[in-house]
Ligand binder design. Structure first.
Ligand SMILES: [Zn+2]
Length: 382
């Protein structure tokens, strides 16, 4: 699983005294064969090595370390690209000086790049990761709890809480007073347990910074437990399902959470498309349709590219300056010969990410399908 602390560590490295190598590869096998991907990696490595070797303005030791890191990257990529994979983007960060070695397999294509610098080049990575929600799912009953982290379809167990509740002893007290006292005693225990669980969830929240919270419990437990949650967490609660700690299998926890996540995402997508159509219709900060979206993208206006899932259209791109369009054999910006691409949307996604914009894929049946299948929220108008 992509860990929050790894990303934090990566982002925190600024102006290191050691070389930092950042590598990105468009690894979408539907668009680029394994052979092409290996070749792209090989060429980038060769170019960068040559550049480093020829530079005379850098420290000898720094240069040696950077070249050794490139060797390491070469080995890692050979292993990584040894066989087919299901991810669409690959990002690798290496710095032997910083003790850094991280690989990210991403669900979206990224633009090819190999950069050796004093900072890691993190923008494409963080842009993609920002789109995915980190969820904490808590299974809870009156004496136990289990805390899970769910991210990009993977599940990880974090904490277990157990607070034994004293058994309900049958005591024939005078006028039932003793029984009521014991009941109260049990209630105290349960409340202390809920508080304990809520505190543990809050601690995990501070550690992982999850976006959403899901509860797995009996219905009556959900309403009992919810008031104990910190207001920050109550805000993030998106749903609950029927479950029990120590009983519900991991697979069920994952599937139920993903179903709740999907339903929530759909609601957010409906809102996003409504917002986009309203802005585009009123001449505000939004455009819909391929041509206007391409224009906005090339102008660097795109804040959020909104794409209908699985929708594709052929087009052309200029590998020299990055221009793209529906057609044209020659790039209108730099005059280079353009390349035909089967899926222009894929290229547009890459370009949006490259400019630090967000990308939202909305479900195929949204209103966007009647408005050109693609659009963008804009940072500014021109
Ligand atoms: Zn060009």
């Amino acid at each position: 699983m992509i860990r929050h602390e790894d990303v934090e560590r990566l982002v925190s490295i600024v102006g290191s005294q050691h070389p930092i190598t950042s590598f990105y590869l468009n690894a979408h096998l539907g668009k680029h064969s394994l052979e092409e991907q290996r070749l792209t990696a090989k060429n980038l490595l060769r170019e960068r090595r040559l550049e480093l070797e020829q530079r005379t303005d850098i420290d000898k030791h720094w240069k040696k370390t950077a070249l050794a890191d490139l060797e390491r990257l070469d080995d890692m990529l050979k292993a990584e690209l040894a066989g087919p994979h299901s991810y669409r983007g690959l990002a690798v960060f290496i710095s032997s000086g910083e003790g850094l070695e991280q690989t990210y397999r991403l669900p979206q294509p990224v633009r090819n790049a190999l950069i050796v610098d004093r900072d890691p080049y993190v923008r494409p990575l963080t842009t993609i990761l920002d789109e995915y929600h980190r969820i904490c799912t808590v299974l809870v009953d009156r004496e136990a709890a289990e805390l899970y982290e769910i991210y990009m379809g993977e599940i990880l167990e974090h904490d277990r809480v157990f607070d034994e509740v004293p058994g309900k002893v049958r005591v024939a007290g005078w006028y039932g007073l003793e029984e009521r006292r014991i009941e109260r005693h049990v209630e105290d225990h349960v409340h202390r347990h809920y508080r304990h669980v809520a505190d543990t969830v809050f601690r995990l929240f501070k550690l992982l910074g999850f976006d959403w919270l899901v509860l797995g419990a009996h219905h009556e437990i959900v309403s009992e437990f919810e008031p104990f949650l910190h207001p920050y967490l109550r805000e993030r609660l998106i749903g609950h399902f029927h479950a029990e700690p120590r009983k519900t299998p991991l697979k069920v926890v994952l599937d139920k959470t993903l179903a709740i996540e999907q339903a929530t995402e759909r609601q957010e997508e409906v809102k996003l498309v409504d917002d986009l159509l309203e802005r585009a219709g009123s001449g505000g900060l939004g455009v819909v349709g391929l041509d206007d979206t391409i224009k906005a993208l090339l102008n660097g206006q795109v804040h959020t590219l909104v794409v209908q899932e699985e929708w594709t259209v052929p087009g052309v791109v200029c590998r020299n300056c990055g221009w793209l369009g529906r057609e044209g054999e020659v790039c209108p910006v730099c005059g280079s010969k353009t390349d035909q691409v089967e899926d222009l949307v894929d290229e547009m996604v890459e370009l949006a990410v490259y400019y630090g914009g967000r990308v939202e894929h909305v479900f195929a049946d949204s209103k966007l399908k009647d408005h050109g299948h693609i659009g963008a929220l804009l940072r500014f108008r021109v």
